[in-house]
Design a protein around this ligand. Structure first.
Ligand code: AGP
Length: 598
């Protein structure tokens, strides 16, 4: 999931616009980066590493009015200068986000037409193919139509052509926006890349060619007829990317969770449970729910499953999207497929959504990014209000997604009469009081002490039963992705069936114990590992009698809300460990914020 940006401007400010845009897109990948700009011909600058490294090579005294840029998360070809975008073949220079799946066969065809390749990338093949069609048609828009007919896979392209004063763009699956500003016009993978300079934006539809001049943006269909555009004003608040004094965006976003919770749920509960029923779709017509997602979003689905099954009494099937999209599905017109995605662009989750829609199954998207592809394509949208999440490791968006799934469980439980008025009253009281409890849980000083005890270990285990098992999976992923410690999450009762062999003297085991009817069982499992030398850390809402080496007590609230408190220690222990290990917490190695490739 790379990031692309392009500018065609009268103010010749291209180099600043491209570098600023790439910095805003670093969340999409930061292996390497490059720009191509017009100034006495097309000039290309590339660099391995983050945008700061590229910027060192840029001379801002150079004035240019046209340019494209790219920040890379490698899919084909190792991370080196040669494989960096932009790529140039003949008259064509491009940046690309996506995967050309038939690039090997295309490469052979092009080599038979005397094209030579210097890189291992699918993008260079795409560039050569466009050059071939451009030489045949002498018309870049016709060349792009032929390109779209020929390639298989995903792409969002920025294209500049020798002797042509426009930028051209086409997309399929990978996201791309076009935007307008006072001094020029833009393309980008995400609005945030150009929101500092642009005023209006629209999402480029598939099978549309965008022609971007410094004065205008013209859209063409495959027959090269001009089509209508639909620009919307950019919400400039997304430019607020200040860390507000926190060391890392991740810590800032953890601290934002009380407000995010309030923002996400308040609009559904302004008139108590009645508004929740009114403002959400009628879920009672479904007798089964599939929740499909990736990574942390998948973990929210596991929490949602537990809550919806327990309180709404319907079966919930949770699957990782990369499996769901290819497997046989047992859904019908009484199934609701819920996709969960912070970015709303994750390729596997989007493919699962499109598969369900293609089978005429009702789809609902829980997403954070307004205007994202999933937000636009799902039948029903429940937008969380986490605000822009910059840290690659999700925290506030995860919590907001869990909160939305809790609201769905509450909505269904209430609509089906599964919970009485007194319980609803208790829940609404807990909802009202939760932000303060979240704040107090965030401020618990224990996390740093525990981090000091475990940060030098090379393996850590998380265990839990029921909903705590779902939380243990998120805790394990948080630790892995930001501290690079190998970690595993296990159903507490399952550890003894083999993996307990990995428990050595001093191995940290973090147990999560919030399910009243299962606490004693998990205590036994913690004893089992302690007797084998483990350092035991308990996270619990029960004032249990235990001999854990460390214990974090969190407030006890209604089960529908408990996961939102339980996840806080998991996020902050991981954060403190990563800090002690001097890791790049906001942009961990090998990761990217939005995975828009398979
Ligand atoms: C979360 O910390 C990870 N960065 C990753 O697992 C993420 O949750 C996953 O890639 C899904 O992203 P999405 O929510 O944007 O679809």
């Amino acid at each position: 999931m790379c990031g692309i940006v392009g500018y065609n401007g009268k103010d010749k400010n291209t180099l600043h616009v491209l570098i600023d845009g790439l910095k805003a897109l670093e969340y999409r990948g930061y292996d390497s980066a490059g720009i191509a700009y017009k100034n006495n011909g097309i000039n290309i600058i590339k660099s391995v590493g983050k945008i700061d490294e590229l910027e060192k090579k840029v001379d801002y005294n150079i004035k240019s009015n046209i340019g494209i840029g790219h920040t890379r998360w490698a899919t084909h070809g190792s991370v080196n200068i040669t494989n960096c975008h932009p790529h140039n073949v003949g008259d064509i220079t491009i940046v690309h986000n996506g995967i050309i799946e038939n690039f090997n066969s295309l490469k052979e065809e092009l080599e038979n037409k005397k094209y030579k390749f210097n890189t291992k990338t699918d993008t260079e093949v795409a560039c050569a193919l466009i050059d071939l069609f451009y030489n045949e048609t002498k018309d870049i828009k016709k060349a792009l139509v032929k390109f779209m007919d020929k390639v298989e896979g995903s792409y969002a392209l920025g294209v500049i052509v020798k002797g042509d004063d426009n930028i051209y763009s086409v997309r399929k699956d990978s996201p791309l926006i076009v935007a307008k500003g006072d001094n020029g016009n833009f393309i980008a993978s995400d609005t945030i890349a150009v929101s500092k300079y642009a005023d209006s934006v629209m999402y480029l539809k598939e099978n549309i060619i965008a022609e971007i001049s410094s004065d205008n943006i013209t859209l063409f269909d495959r027959d090269l007829n001009i089509v209508e555009n639909d620009f919307k004003e950019i919400d400039k608040s997304i430019n607020n990317t200040d860390k507000c004094g926190y060391d890392y965006y991740m810590l800032k976003e953890i601290h934002e969770q009380p407000k995010v919770f309030r923002d996400t749920v308040s609009s559904y509960l302004e008139n108590g449970i009645d508004s929740l029923i009114d403002k959400m779709p009628d879920f009672t017509k479904y007798n089964r729910i599939d929740i499909v997602a990736c990574g942390s979003a998948y973990h929210t689905g596991l929490v949602g499953k537990n809550l919806i099954e327990e309180f709404a009494d319907i079966p919930v099937n949770v699957e990782v999207a990369s499996e769901y999209r290819y497997k046989k599905n047992f859904y019908d017109d009484k199934t609701l497929v819920i996709v969960v995605s912070q970015s709303g662009e994750t390729a596997d989750t989007l493919a699962a959504l499109r598969k369900a829609k293609g089978d005429n199954i009702d789809t609902l998207a829980i997403v954070n990014v307004e205007g994202s592809t999933m937000a636009r394509e799902a039948n029903i949208l429940l937008k969380i209000k986490a605000g822009r999440e910059i840290a690659v490791a999700t925290t506030k968006a995860y919590s907001a997604q869990v909160a939305m799934l809790s609201l769905i469980a509450l909505n269904l439980a209430s609509a089906k009469g599964n919970i009485d008025k007194n319980e609803i009253k208790d829940i609404l009281k807990d909802i009202k009081e939760l932000p303060v409890k979240l704040e107090n849980t965030i401020l618990n000083p224990e996390y740093e002490k525990i981090a000091n005890a475990i940060y030098e270990n090379e393996s850590v285990f998380f265990i839990g039963r029921g909903i705590d098992y779902a939380l243990s999976m998120e805790g394990s992923l948080k630790l892995k992705e930001i501290s690079y410690i190998n970690s595993q999450a296990y159903a507490a009762g399952e550890l003894k069936h083999g993996t307990i062999s990995l428990i050595d003297e001093g191995t940290p085991v973090i147990g999560i114990l919030t399910e009243d009817n299962l606490v004693l069982k998990t205590i036994s499992n913690m004893e089992e590992v302690k007797s084998r030398g483990a350092v035991t850390i308990g996270i619990t809402n029960n004032n249990i009698d235990s001999n854990f080496d460390y214990k974090i007590e969190i407030p006890k609230v209604h089960k529908l809300l408990q996961p939102l408190l339980t996840v806080i220690p998991l996020q902050l222990i991981s954060y403190e460990v990563a800090k002690l290990r001097k890791c790049n917490i906001d942009q961990p190695k090998n990761l990217a914020k939005s995975v828009t490739v398979e």
